[in-house]
Design a protein around this ligand. Structure first.
Ligand code: SAH
Length: 353
């Protein structure tokens, strides 16, 4: 049986663990401080912990973050980090510097089971959920790299491979570790965004956790007919159900829900679509991010011409909806939205190619 990895354990559970091993809760808090605040993962280096406690820990647990296998820089300043996990699967995180912020985009699953037609990760299917240690580990590992330049990720987005709300328990553990101000990594929840294909029960549950993180909805269409064609999940939770869940999600005073809308030529990019979108979002505290489609080999979609994208944006702006065009980062290194797919998951299926 594999030993627990403390990188995915809540600070309060570390306190319990310390007691279980015959030490005080205080020792658990020290452990949390070493791991989450100081990013020290070597038990031997945790010098203020008694030797025998460290020895007992060493028999029961591991403290490890995934090793980055590759760091690929993009022309635009973003960087793709590829990690090899135990078992050989690969996942990626993307670092995106922008003025005074550095956003880290993390994965929550190996592959994804939702099969959105325009997304390359969807082609892989779902291989497995990541553990909380593997999700928190991406953040601690990325911050360790950034630390060499005296930086750290200022914003975390759950927009890498996988569907965060389909790996719910690990997601929530990760969010609690990240947002614990005293013993955790210490991120403000307002700098964290969870993106979903629209799993209504998951949105409701997340809203009840009192985590106060931002919610992003991958909307991508304004009619059920088109959305079901692009995103099979719409057959389970249609637009009406999704928007009702969004309206129930608790928001702070100036907080808004983000809507991602990938722009696909002649599929969802007409002025009728823009007007329908404005109507759908009436009464929702929304911010729309238009994402021009990022191409991949074998894709059945095209990016609309720039004029079409800007026309779409101005209809939304005229309707009073904050709307930005988000040019994805890292397109040249396969790190842009919807381009994340790492071997060997696929090569193992097609050993002959
Ligand atoms: N499963 C979650 C988290 C992934 S976020 C979700 O879907 O929200 C990744 C974002 O990139 C999603 O909004 C997704 O729809 C979008 N995307 C996927 N493929 C894309 C592509 N080829 N071009 C642009 N955006 C894409």
């Amino acid at each position: 049986m594999s030993r627990v990895n403390l990188v995915g354990v809540l600070p309060s559970d570390l306190e319990d663990l310390a007691v279980e091993l015959g030490a005080s809760r205080y020792r658990g808090r020290q452990l949390a401080t070493w791991i989450f605040r100081k990013s020290v993962f070597d038990l031997e280096a945790m010098t203020d912990l008694p030797k025998d406690f460290r020895a007992r820990l060493g028999e029961r647990v591991v403290v490890e973050v995934p090793e980055p296998e590759r760091l690929t820089p993009s022309q635009d300043g973003s960087q793709k980090l590829v990690f090899v996990l135990h078992g050989g699967s690969r996942i990626s995180s993307v670092l995106m510097p922008d003025d005074d912020r550095t956003t880290l985009c993390v994965s929550t699953q190996v592959g994804c089971g939702f099969a959105c037609g325009f997304c390359l990760t969807g082609v892989m299917g779902l291989e497995r959920n990541l553990t909380a240690a593997e999700i928190v580990g991406q953040i601690l590992a990325a911050n360790r790299l950034l630390d060499k330049e005296s930086r750290r990720a200022t914003h975390i987005v759950f927009m890498g491979m996988g569907e965060p709300l389909a790996n719910y328990a690990a997601l929530v553990t990760t969010l609690r570790i990240l947002t614990d101000a005293k013993l955790g990594v210490g991120y403000s929840p307002r700098r964290i965004t969870v993106s979903t294909v629209g799993l209504v029960p998951g949105i409701d549950k997340l809203g009840r956790e009192d985590l106060k993180v931002n919610l992003a909805i991958s909307l991508h269409a304004t009619t059920d007919e088109v959305r079901s064609r692009l995103m099979p999940v719409n057959r389970s939770f249609d637009l009406a159900a999704l928007l009702a869940a969004v309206k129930r999600y608790p928001l702070a005073a100036r907080q808004r829900v983000f809507f991602e809308y990938v722009m696909l030529e002649d599929v969802n990019d007409t002025s009728d679509d823009a007007q329908r979108l404005a109507r759908l979002l009436r009464g929702v505290k929304a911010k729309v991010n238009l994402i021009p489609f990022n191409d991949w080999e074998g894709a059945r979609f095209r990016r609309p011409p720039l004029a079409r994208i800007l026309a779409f944006q101005s209809i939304l702006l005229d309707a009073g909806i904050t709307t930005t065009v988000r040019w994805s980062k890292g397109e040249d290194i396969g790190a842009a939205c919807g381009q994340l797919r790492e071997s060997p998951a696929v090569t193992s299926l097609s050993a002959s190619s």
